[in-house]
Ligand binder design. Structure first.
Ligand code: TYD
Ligand code: MG
Length: 462
């Protein structure tokens, strides 16, 4: 006999979706505070094992040989930077979540993508739940979009969206934003975890059964009043986040999950008066305003997927204003990593940094997690500490270990070639990497331990 359970109340973290039977002040999963919201779950009736088997909906196993592969359609969006993060292009039926802070350019980017996809009379559909069609039209005029087959639908009800999609059969579908979409079976308020999850499940079904590629826009919210896009990450095929802030004109789009490609690639865009423009040569923008011969500034090369990017790192070492509590502030660099590098400098080079405030900054809003910039970081700190500038055409590369040993970096040749393209003449590289520097013409200086750095950077003038 089946027992009917009562509707039960569950608490969800609106930031990451973590579930708990009771309210919690701090989420044990994503560690955010005050994000738990109460939601009633629909009643579930237990199903017996034989009943389960009779629920077979008719799908059957296929041999690997029978299954057709659907590779991405290369270069389809005609926005090279977007195709790059997608892993080459759009895969039929793929569901992509595009997240980011309000005002970063999500709506702009996806409107541009749809406009390109609707060239040659192909239909596409943009579902707007936040802005009126008039506002979207205004944006399209600003972007100089001329796409008669791009359809706008102002709707928030998932059934409406699905019925129009089945009728119109668009080549691609954008939902702006998923947080406004409601599902009929959910009794929770719009924007709540269960509404978003259920609406997304229906839309994913639509994409998978029709092969229409689906793009879901998700706002990242700090307050937690509406659930953030993180709760959908495991449901979709690809997750892209705009990671830079809105204070720079540059926008960095990074894949954090991609079932169809690598997650290392980034797309670099510039927000201009007429939309987002892809930046083919990111090194160019990250070096554009670089002051020459400034103590504390130097350039390193970081790999973002298959592409080397030259970035300026700045360090400022100054006398601490608060005795005993030196400040360590970093932008674009992991704070723990920076502390480690500072400790190694203190220990191996006997620098007195305990009474100094240290500020570290990666120019242009890029976040670097690669250890290959360690040597660059240390060089910048040393340069600011000694108040001596490093020649503007010198590049530093290398991972640094706790004993001060300099470890090899991968893709050395690509990094050095990029540096050479931008007029660098000298590179300081790990000794172990020397063999792979054969094919480059830039002059290289090898370094084995951090203790050699001052002499290499600042040879004694006679
Ligand atoms: P938008 O795409 O609406 O951001 P999101 O959907 O992520 O909230 O872009 C918002 C910002 O971009 C807004 O402040 C205006 C600016 N913008 C431009 O600078 N140029 C443009 O061509 C467009 C369309 C927007
Ligand atoms: Mg928007």
């Amino acid at each position: 006999m089946m027992v009917k359970k009562k509707a039960k109340t569950t608490f969800y973290c609106s930031s990451c979706g973590h579930q708990s039977p009771k309210w919690l002040g701090k989420c044990p999963s994503c560690e955010s505070w005050n994000t738990f919201v109460e939601e009633r779950e629909a009643t579930d009736e237990p199903v017996t094992f034989p009943e389960l088997a009779s629920l077979n909906k008719g799908s059957h196993p296929k041999s690997l040989a029978e299954i057709k592969n659907t590779p991405p359609i290369q270069g389809q969006t005609k926005i090279a930077e977007f195709d790059r993060v997608l892993g080459g292009g759009i895969v039929p039926g793929a569901v992509t979540l595009v997240g980011g802070d309000p005002g970063i350019g999500k709506s702009t980017l996806l409107l541009e993508v749809l406009a390109n996809l609707s060239a040659n009379g192909q239909k596409t559909m943009y579902v707007t739940g936040e802005e009126s069609p008039g506002q979207v039209k205004l944006r399209s005029e600003r972007l100089q979009i001329d796409a008669p087959t791009l359809y706008l639908l102002a709707a928030t009800e998932v059934g409406t969206i699905i019925s129009h999609s089945l009728e119109l059969k668009p080549k691609a579908l954008v939902i702006d934003s998923i947080q406004t979409v409601t599902a009929p079976e959910s009794t929770s308020p719009p924007g709540s975890v269960s509404q978003i999850r259920q609406a997304t499940a229906h839309l994913i079904n639509l994409a998978k059964t029709t092969g229409i590629p689906l793009f879901l826009i998700g706002h990242v919210t700090k307050e937690g009043a509406i659930a953030g896009p993180r709760i959908l990450e495991h449901m979709v095929d690809t997750v892209l986040y705009f990671e830079s802030g809105t204070q720079h004109p540059y926008r960095i789009l990074r894949a954090v999950k991609n079932r169809f490609g690598s997650t290392n690639e980034i797309g670099v865009f510039e927000m201009t008066g007429s939309g987002l423009q892809g930046v083919d040569s990111p090194s160019h923008i990250f070096l554009a305003e670089r002051p020459a011969d400034l103590a504390g500034s130097l350039v390193t090369a970081t790999m973002e997927g298959t592409r080397p990017i030259l970035t300026e790192i700045q360090a400022l070492v100054s006398g601490s204003t608060m005795a005993g509590i030196p400040r360590r502030t970093t932008l674009g660099i992991d704070k723990g990593r920076a502390s480690l590098m500072i400790a190694v400098l203190e220990k191996r080079l006997n620098l007195l940094l305990g009474d100094k405030d240290i500020f570290l900054n990666v120019i242009g809003g890029l976040k670097i997690i690669e250890p290959a910039i360690d040597l660059g970081l240390m060089g910048a700190i040393l340069s600011s500490y000694l108040d001596k500038a490093i020649p503007a055409t010198t590049l530093l590369l290398g991972e640094v270990g706790l004993a001060g040993e300099i470890r090899r970096v991968n893709f050395l040749e690509q990094r050095l070639n990029e540096a050479q393209k931008f007029g660098f003449t000298r590179a300081i590289i790990p000794k172990n990497n020397l063999a792979s520097a054969d094919k480059v013409t830039i002059s290289v200086a090898e370094i084995d331990n951090i203790t050699e750095l001052p002499a290499i950077l600042f040879p004694k003038e006679n």
